[in-house]
Write a protein that binds this ligand. Structure first.
Ligand code: PMP
Length: 384
């Protein structure tokens, strides 16, 4: 069992002027685990190593380091969160690059023809705020943001992003449009960035055609910028690889080697019931933060938080609930602008309006530093 952080405010001044930034989901919370691992996860790369653009010319994804592919597949087997046997692995510079690669792959043709009109890209609100931003960033002729999947009724092709557990609200989701219309016209991309046992019970291995994962939210190494896609269809995997070839001519070898070391360490640690078990360590940290936040929110009638069901986790063998990476907090007065109210208390959050929801909601990162989280709870307690 990990040593619980004692919560002392160490680096952060507790003065009322200190700005607490809970807008971004920067995953610093797991830093204490990696400090504890010391040199075990260090990677040394010599000057003569990894000069080539290529990693394995025989692989469809020719810039994917073989050892990273091996560790990705092993980790999914150990955790049991995705069935990857029939899938190609495509590595990306974060899953943000893979989101763009998948849009390109699903909407473009090899001959370069553009569709008669841009393909609609949708997600059920509240949706991850980067999907509309990334989709419309370059005003592509291939695809265009189509808004909330729940109210989407346009005929013709579409792509639906299904994020599960969902960013921002932690809910477990499935495709909305496929349920309504069947599968003919549309493609579904499952973004499973948070389908790991420190955030949510693993109830079955995911078996979807396109699944996105990221080291950022799995291990906390967001700075390495490594994500991966598990893709069933060879053509789609080839087109995603093509996108990354044109966009960045592959993905940093140094980052891939570091990520494979880190993923290998958490697979090894998961097989031991010791303090080296990263997911158990992370789960207890997240559980502790959620407990504290629920206590503070529960003391007043001003705010509310989502409730999550208890599920049996196949990885831990225990009954547990989701401890989401973000708190989707609501002001109980529907007309309140909660982001503004918190900003007045020097707490930065992301407004519900950025997620296709309304301003009475905010998304707050649960992944920041302990001293920052503690100060946030103190300030939230003071709002009565
Ligand atoms: N998908 C979801 C649902 C996310 O929350 C994030 C990170 N906020 C990403 C993708 C992108 O992650 P990265 O680019 O760091 O791999």
């Amino acid at each position: 069992m990990p040593a619980r952080e004692n919560g002392a405010i160490t680096n952060l001044s507790s003065s009322s002027d200190t700005l607490i930034n809970l807008d971004h989901g920067d995953p610093i919370v797991f830093e204490s685990f990696w400090k504890k691992m010391g040199e075990k996860c260090s990677v040394v790369i010599s000057g003569s190593q990894s000069l080539s653009y290529f990693a394995n010319t025989k692989n469809l994804c020719w810039f994917l380091e073989p050892e990273l592919e091996e560790e990705i597949r092993r980790l999914h087997r150990v955790v049991g969160n995705a069935a990857a046997e029939d899938h190609y692995v495509v590595v990306g510079t974060g899953s943000t690059q893979l989101v763009q690669a998948v849009l390109f792959a699903l909407c473009s043709s090899a001959s370069g023809e553009t569709p008669p009109e841009p393909v609609s890209v949708v997600a059920a609100a509240p949706y991850y705020s980067c999907y509309p931003e990334v989709t419309d960033f370059l005003s592509s002729k291939l695809y265009k943001w189509g808004g909330d999947a729940q109210s989407f009724d346009k005929k013709g092709p579409y792509i639906e992003f299904v994020t599960s557990p969902n960013n921002p609200d932690g809910s477990i989701r499935e495709s909305i449009i496929v349920k309504k219309r069947g599968e003919e016209e549309g493609k579904v991309v499952h973004d499973l960035a948070y389908y790991w046992p420190h955030y949510t019970p693993i109830t079955s291995p995911a078996r979807f055609d396109i699944m996105l994962f990221t080291v950022s939210k799995c291990t906390g190494h967001a700075g390495s910028r490594i994500g991966w896609a598990l893709v069933k269809d060879k053509y789609v995997a080839t087109r995603m690889t093509k996108f990354i070839e044109v966009n960045t001519i592959g993905v940093s070898k140094e980052s891939q080697l570091r990520a494979s070391k880190i993923l290998g360490a958490i697979s090894d640690g998961s097989l031991q019931s010791s303090s080296n078990n990263f997911f158990e360590y992370g789960r207890l940290l997240m559980e502790e933060r959620w407990e504290k936040l629920r206590q503070v929110v529960g003391r007043s009638n001003i705010f509310s938080l989502p409730k999550y069901p208890q599920e049996h986790c196949l990885f831990t063998g225990k009954l547990s609930e989701t401890h989401a990476a973000f708190a989707w907090m609501k002001h109980n007065m529907a007309t309140e602008d909660l982001e503004k109210l918190l900003r007045g208390k020097k707490i930065l959050s992301r407004s519900g309006s950025r997620f296709g929801s309304d301003q009475s909601y905010v998304r707050l990162s649960m992944l920041g530093r302990e001293d920052e989280f503690k100060l946030f709870l103190e300030r939230l307690t003071a709002i009565q």
